[in-house]
Ligand binder design. Sequence first.
Ligand code: AHR
Length: 279
Amino acid sequence: MAPSEWRTGNTASIQETAQQLGVELKFSDGQQKQENQIKAIRQFIAMKVDVIGISPVVETGWDEVFQEVKDAGIPLILVDRRAAVPENLYVSYLGSDFIEEGRNAARALAQVTDGKARIVELVGTVDSAPANDRYKGFREILTKYPDMQIIGSRSGDFTRAKGKEVMQEFLNKYGNEITAVFAHNDDMAMGAISAIEAYGLRPGVDIKIVSIDGIRDAFKAMIDGKLNATIECHPLLGPQFYELALQVVNGESVPKRVPSKEGVFFPDNAAELLPTRKY
Ligand code: AHR
């Protein structure tokens, strides 16, 4: 299955920044599978690399292999996604505040629906940090809006194809009852837009949609009136990652948590901002 546009932008940022800095990068694509990521980590240990960076596809199940990295004396940096492990198993975690993104999505949806909505939620990859946190942050804000209810919630695995498929199922089950969609990423929102149009309703009008990432296609959908807001989740982490990695290799101390800076965007200035979007 094709990776999200976000992941494509993230990978390009990591690879291009390595080239610009003259850093030797051994890259392995985990293809959304934890077993592939674990295998790659063990290969990197065998190669005796200086630093390992990883975006853990899911939160749990890392203790053993991260301990092997530590035992090999290799510093580990979590990039983009958190893992549920003791803090002594990694040196730093660089990435977004996914809970705040979920909160911002709920605030934006409340704004575009005047606080009244019957929502279906397209959840990200099961057990991934962004899916867990966005789910939580969204609900936290919803408690302030008694007329906003979640009527369906299912994983679309962060992909367009699965987002479309799950949205079709929601439409077949709930039909016109649905007035809003919260998609944990823009790619699933793009899939939902296709499903809503195929069902004969107008995305962004009959069904309000808010999603997360801020990819170029989301800006185009806002310009076309099909998406009502996107919450930025910044993928261009290459420069910050190598800055951290080089500090670690040089024996400097680094913060345990390095957040990325993010915004919230609505259709009113989408056309003006689209040319500035890099992913
Ligand atoms: O971990 C970042 C999230 O995962 C992004 O929102 C999503 O597009 C990606 O697949």
